[in-house]
Design a protein around this ligand. Sequence first.
Ligand SMILES: Nc1ncnc2c1ncn2[C@@H]1O[C@H](COP(=O)(O)OP(=O)(O)OP(=O)(O)O)[C@@H](O)[C@H]1O
Length: 368
Amino acid sequence: MSVDPVMGTHPAAPMVEAKPTPAIRVRHLWHRFGRFDVLRDVSFDVAHGEIFGFIGPNGAGKTTTIRVMSTLLEPLAGRVEIDGYDVTIDPVAVRRIIGYMPDHAGVYDRVTVREYLEFFADAYRVPTAGTSYAVVDAVMELTDLTKLRDKLVATMSKGMKQRLQLARTLLHDPKVLILDEPASDLDPRARIEIRDLLVELRGLGKTIFLSSHILTELADVCTSVAILERGRLVVSGPISEIARRLQHAAPPQAAVAAPFAGAPAGATAAPAPAIAPAPAPQLPTHTVKLRVLAPGEAAAAALAGMPHVLRVGPGPGQTVLVTYTGNEQTVAYIVRALVMANVPVAGVEPERNELERIFLEVTKGEVQ
Ligand SMILES: Nc1ncnc2c1ncn2[C@@H]1O[C@H](COP(=O)(O)OP(=O)(O)OP(=O)(O)O)[C@@H](O)[C@H]1O
């Protein structure tokens, strides 16, 4: 018996707490079509309550992984568990837990929204099916389809049909949603609506696994990501943690000469402004796009040798891309140095989002 100073006497607690079962666990997954390995030793975990983005270019193997997770495809080797249930050994239990939305799935056209959902409520044998269909009302409310309940599916827009598909996956109240490219082919408004709905579903305690090859549609909602390239997992984990890991893995960089053709050789550094930020060698690197009303070479010369500035290069149009370590204060410092060197700055554009940077850094742009 051990004595806890707060709780009093209690049986000895185990020394090591058991790790909670992840919502999705993928271990050493391999798959092959013919003689072609499309998945090669893919392993990752998705914790409960995450919105997990599965990212990769076309043909990387995202749909194949998702089909294994959804019990539609037997893996060649490896193990996939959903909430602790093995997809190969216990597919029926897995199907009860997951809501799966395939990419480019068709919908029945000649029924109304309500009839469509009632049909699937019956198919899933949800408790109120065949009687009040209370669950259909609840799901239509949640997915904002109540107003469209009597609309013929054939007359709905792509975005609405996508929402209907998502509504269908929710009827049996699954814990884990597996969505293959849920926002592909949608216009920006429909995409935002789906994204908002995913955030709401996460708030209801669901775990959401979604694939995409469009980075920007995921960046603001995903808590974690896995990046797949040519059937191999390149990186996985929380976005901020990956960014940190990459930063620490990168060798310390020295200031790089401006790669503008014809930049003046041995251009002198801009005079150090009075409010230079403190050196911060371990800070992440960022890139800022500056619109300057002068030749890019002049901007490069103004920033050459400046502390924290790692690279100055040409950007699209009349812009320069400046890679630096530091924060917004450093950007202010860069702008000030340019202005002091008579390089007018007409615009400062936000840097590439973190997920895009990670993607470009860890992938090689190879397809299979
Ligand atoms: N049934 C199949 N038979 C043969 N090859 C297949 C089959 N399904 C997929 N493939 C091939 O496996 C590879 C991975 O396909 P998969 O659909 O998993 O990629 P993806 O990352 O989902 O791509 P996308 O973003 O285009 O949907 C591709 O080269 C594809 O051509």
